[in-house]
Design a protein around this ligand. Structure first.
Ligand code: PRP
Length: 187
């Protein structure tokens, strides 16, 4: 595994250009603003991958909303999920009685979202919905409900716009397919 000095050189193909992301995030913000009109929304961002999406999405929501974070992990930086999801950090504020919208960058196998939904369903919320930018539906192993979705994506290893490989590439402004030679040999 050898990373390039310029991270763009490790990208096989740009899958979703930054302008397409910007337009889709704007559309999602408009829909969410309409659906939650008159309510007080709390966005719950799943660290770390969703931070870029959250930052753009919340600026397209035209009503007061709160933000909170949880941290879970199952990939441990690599390419294959362990299937065992761990809660590393819980919410700062109690979600009881609140309208919660989970913000995720990608749903892949579904293990992470399944864990989070099961956890949140026990917490006596006013409502619970899910907003995902990328849906890698071919990789799904757990059926999960997605209420707002940006793009369907192929079953390739994706990085950029928050998504990482070994903590790199999150800062790329587009979603790209990582060159297989970067992670070849890893299980
Ligand atoms: C990534 C991503 C999702 C999850 C989706 O998180 O941000 O949370 O994997 O995969 P799944 O549907 O197969 O569970 P990761 O655990 O890599 O942590 P990160 O967000 O900090 O990169």
């Amino acid at each position: 595994m050898k990373f390039s000095i310029n991270p763009n050189d490790d990208i096989e193909k740009v899958l979703i250009e930054k302008d397409a992301i910007r337009e889709k995030v704007r559309e999602l913000g408009v829909r969410i603003s309409e659906d939650y009109r008159g309510k007080e929304l709390t966005l719950v961002s799943i660290l770390k991958g969703s931070i870029v999406f959250l930052a753009d999405l919340m600026r397209n929501i035209s009503m007061p909303c709160k933000v909170d974070f949880i941290s879970v992990s199952s990939y441990r930086g690599g390419i294959e999920t362990s299937g065992v999801v761990r809660m590393i950090m819980d919410l700062r504020e109690s979600p009881v009685g609140k309208d919660i919208l989970i913000i995720e960058d990608i749903v892949d196998t579904g293990y992470t979202l399944d864990y989070i939904l099961r956890n949140f369903m026990t917490r006596d919320l006013a409502s619970l919905k899910v907003c995902v930018l990328l849906d890698k539906f071919e990789a799904r192993r757990k059926e999960v409900r997605v209420d707002y979705k940006g793009f369907d994506v192929p079953n390739k290893f994706l990085v950029g716009y928050g998504l990482d490989y070994r903590e790199r590439y999150r800062n790329l402004p587009y979603v790209g397919i990582l060159k297989p030679e970067i992670y070849r040999g890893e299980k």
